[in-house]
Design a protein around this ligand. Structure first.
Ligand SMILES: [Zn+2]
Length: 364
């Protein structure tokens, strides 16, 4: 169960976030490729918390609250990403990287054994051919240090494109992100639809969130079927431009901002495709944040993800992964990361409709 033990902590985190929203470093949290590339924003103080350019579109999102000091001393610190993504456009340089300085000891120490439990419970949030997953701002990533760790998946899509229910369920909320609100502050997600899926996971509720919609075409309380139109893609709330921001949240209260999980673990892969997940850990077994992981698979070019940058983009409670790469054509993959001049490599087989898992252990 995921609900009660964390609730108080999550609520405190949110309260701290809200306080910080008024007076601390702020970053944009949700972007649209291309447009964001021209207008990435970082503000570093309360006085400068407004966007530095293109003020009509991007706003600022608070960074997560300052992380607590680690309880024990383990040497690992964040390894900054070094290589530019192959496909991403180059965002406008910002004043400072401004990524959180997470430490490995602030992350859970995984069990030695990996229990692979798939839960591909949902379909795509867009109709076929209506948009694709943004590759450089996936869950837990920071767009090379320019944005706050991402709480969901962004889909490139056109203004007005319909978004659809990923499964059967009930509309928990459809309307402006004002009351209740689901982000770090009111109107963060603009027009938002949140569906409570009929399916449970480990007796826990599963919610799907659609942010920045142009229009909302369902009412709170409506019963929806998989594939039913919920609204249209827009750029409302904190968004650089039209795109779909999609999240999976679990637990009994979907308004809690930190109840997210990596959506790529929940969406059924397309035919002939599978999903890769894994951990990058230090020699002591702790998950290492902000570590770039490359994967080169059959019939595709080399791609990358970053391990989750902070503890507010949590892992699956069973897998305890810190990276996921979905939509990989079945075949062999070489998964690598680099640390202090060393190259750590694992090979794995991606199977159709399955989850594959690798553990990359960094040297001391
Ligand atoms: Zn987003």
């Amino acid at each position: 169960m995921d609900a009660h033990p964390d609730r108080e902590r999550d609520t405190m985190m949110l309260a701290r976030c809200l306080m910080l929203a008024a007076g601390c470093a702020m970053l944009a949290a949700c972007a649209q490729p291309g447009i964001a590339a021209q207008s990435a924003i970082v503000a570093t103080s309360a006085a400068s918390a407004m966007p530095l350019q293109a003020p009509a579109q991007p706003e600022a999102t608070p960074l997560p609250p300052t992380l607590p000091a680690p309880a024990e001393k383990v040497a690992t610190t964040v390894a900054p990403a070094t290589a530019a993504p192959a496909t991403a456009t180059v965002p406008t340089p910002t004043n400072q990287p401004n990524t959180p300085r997470s430490l490995a000891t602030q992350f859970p120490q995984p069990f030695d054994e990996v229990e692979i439990v798939e839960h591909f419970l949902a379909g795509d949030p867009l109709p076929p051919g209506a948009g694709g997953l943004s590759t450089n701002y996936r869950y837990g990533m920071t767009w090379d240090g320019r944005l706050a760790p991402h709480h969901g998946s962004d889909y490139t899509s056109a203004l007005g494109q319909t978004v659809i229910a990923v499964g059967e369920g009930t509309v928990f909320y459809g309307g402006p992100d004002l009351g209740p609100f689901f982000g770090i502050k009111p109107d963060f997600y603009g027009n938002v639809v949140v569906i409570k899926l009929d399916v449970l996971w480990n007796e826990t509720d599963v919610y799907a969130l659609y942010g920045h919609l142009d229009t909302v075409l369902v009412k709170t309380g409506a019963v929806v079927s998989a594939g039913e139109v919920l609204g249209t893609v827009g750029d409302t709330g904190v968004a650089y431009g039209p795109h779909l921001h999609f999240e999976i949240r679990i637990g009994d209260d979907p308004t809690i901002y930190t109840r997210v999980r990596n959506p790529e673990l929940w969406l059924r892969p397309p035919p002939y495709h599978g999903v890769l997940a894994g951990r990058v850990v230090n020699a002591a077994g702790y998950l290492v944040p902000g570590q770039r992981v490359y994967y080169e698979c059959a019939s595709s070019r080399k791609r990358h993800v970053d391990t989750y940058w902070d503890i507010y983009t949590p892992s699956d409670r069973v897998l305890l992964e810190n990276f996921v790469a979905g939509n990989i054509l079945a075949g062999e993959c070489v998964v690598t990361t680099e640390w202090a001049g060393a190259r750590i490599e694992k090979r794995t087989l991606i199977e159709k409709g399955k989850l594959s898992f690798v553990v990359l252990t960094l040297p001391d």
